[in-house]
Design a protein around this ligand. Structure first.
Ligand code: AMP
Ligand code: GLY
Length: 440
């Protein structure tokens, strides 16, 4: 089957690899020349992924039947609506359905309206004065979020990034002055616990869960520093995480099913991968955000261990025929992103980067290219995350070791890696943190 893919990051390279493995003939659109995607494509076009007309023309020219869209930006401008109007099936949500991610207010209000578990206290503001008045009337810590898309970097948490009223108002003013996210501010109750990602495949009605993943948003080792798109992530061989029970996981899955039901009820049925980011608190999982796509890096953990054909899954999502028959191998995975030095604050880009894929494979690992570009036969880093290295093994410890061994085969003189991701010490800290919260 001829399949259009949109996006040129690590998540999209992982998706392209899974589509290719399951028999798809790939036609890729991306803004950077991702060498991993190009190697698997029958045809590709470099262009702005939000240029709906150009993407549709490319899809028609190549006679694709099915489309997979990786990033949220093209979803927000209605790429799926346009492709569907051309008769192309899409394993991704329409513009209306993508609001679950593109408007944080839409998501909170939907969850509220349908009485779905896991919501947090929230209030939406379209000016700084009202936000300040609200802040003076509450006595708990909050999180400040621009309502629209910010590439995972617009969220600031009181007690972590913001200390006191002065700091908080300064950031709120900045959001309005610079129009960050473009749609006002949402203030949310701060949830305390351990974060986890539950992604599901959705066909408009039915959902099928993927293994649980834990991402690491903070830029630096020890979970400090600014929020990033995600520095790395791990899964365990039992598809749970060491700090969460099966019952708690089922609560998270039930929340996602309720959201899918509510969206169908609202007349904007959801098709495609849905990403649930939760905080596991002592009162169960709370919704941090819902995304209209795979997580990045999380896609790089789950897609390499997907045993069912991803092309078939995409077709089933697109056509409303998803069945429970989706299998993942029982391996643990550890993904560490190699990022440009300074990433999270100010990236140093344009450095040559060399990746020895063959040696990486010999380590029990795999590599996905992300924000790198091929220029005159040389691979160079961009300003965002460069390559994801994923170790896979029967246990988490071995997967982490495989990942570290493989990282030796990525060479560049201006990169950074969070080596603590997936290590026994950091995972144990998560387990201890949850145990302390539960016993308090
Ligand atoms: P987001 O972009 O919404 O994923 O937020 C980035 C990070 O901010 C999350 O991974 C959390 O660590 C933190 N965060 C967001 N919302 C909340 C919340 N309501 N309570 C506590 N932490 C949050
Ligand atoms: N890993 C976070 C995200 O994809 O939004």
């Amino acid at each position: 089957m001829k399949v259009l893919t949109v996006g040129g990051g690590g998540r999209e390279h992982a998706a392209v690899e899974a589509l290719h493995r399951s028999g798809a003939e790939i036609y890729a659109v991306m803004k950077n020349a991702n060498p991993g995607i190009i190697a698997r494509s029958a045809g590709y076009m470099l262009c702005d992924e939000k240029d709906v007309a150009a993407v549709c023309a490319f899809a028609k020219e190549n006679g694709v039947e099915l489309a997979y869209v990786g990033p949220e930006a093209p979803l927000e401008v209605g790429i799926v609506d346009a492709l569907e109007a051309e008769g192309i099936r899409c394993a991704a949500p329409t513009k209306a359905a993508a609001r679950i991610e593109t408007s944080k207010t839409f998501m909170r209000e939907l969850v509220d309206k349908y009485g779905i578990e896991g919501n947090l206290g929230f209030a939406h503001f379209d000016n700084a004065g009202d936000a300040e008045e609200y802040l003076r009337g509450i006595d708990h810590e909050i999180v400040v979020k621009p309502v629209g898309l910010t590439g995972g970097k617009g969220v600031k948490v009181q007690g972590e990034h913001l200390h006191g009223m002065g700091d908080t108002m300064q950031y709120i003013n900045e959001i309005f002055d610079q129009n960050i996210g473009g749609a006002g501010v949402i203030l949310e109750e701060r949830a305390v616990g351990e974060e986890f990602t539950q992604m599901v495949f959705v066909d408009g009605r039915n959902i099928v869960p993927m293994p649980l993943v834990q991402d690491h948003k903070r830029a630096y080792e020890g979970d400090v520093g600014p929020n990033t798109g995600g520095m790395g992530s791990y899964t365990d061989s039992d598809h749970l995480l060491p700090f969460i029970t099966q019952g708690e996981r089922e609560q998270a899955i039930a929340i996602l099913q309720s959201i899918v039901d509510a969206m169908a009820e609202e007349g904007c049925p959801y098709r495609g991968t849905m990403y649930g980011q939760f905080m596991l608190t002592v009162n169960g999982p709370k919704i941090i955000e819902i995304n209209a796509r795979f997580g990045d890096p999380e896609a790089m953990n789950v897609l390499p261990i997907l045993e069912t054909g991803f092309t078939d899954i995409c077709w089933m999502m697109a056509t409303g025929t998803l069945s429970g028959e989706v299998r993942f191998s029982d391996k643990a995975t550890v993904c560490k992103y190699v990022v440009p030095r300074g990433y999270g604050v100010k990236s140093e880009s344009g450095h040559e980067i060399a990746v020895d894929e063959e040696s990486i494979a010999k380590c029990g690992a795999t590599v996905f290219y992300a924000n790198v570009d091929q220029r005159d036969g040389v691979l160079v880093t961009g300003t965002s995350r460069s390559v994801g290295v994923i170790g896979m093994a029967p246990t988490l410890e071995e997967a982490e070791r495989n990942c570290e061994a493989a990282l030796e085969y990525v060479k560049c003189d201006a990169i950074a890696v969070r080596h603590d991701i997936g290590t026994r010490a950091l995972v144990q800290r998560r387990v201890d943190h949850m145990r302390e919260l539960r016993s308090a």
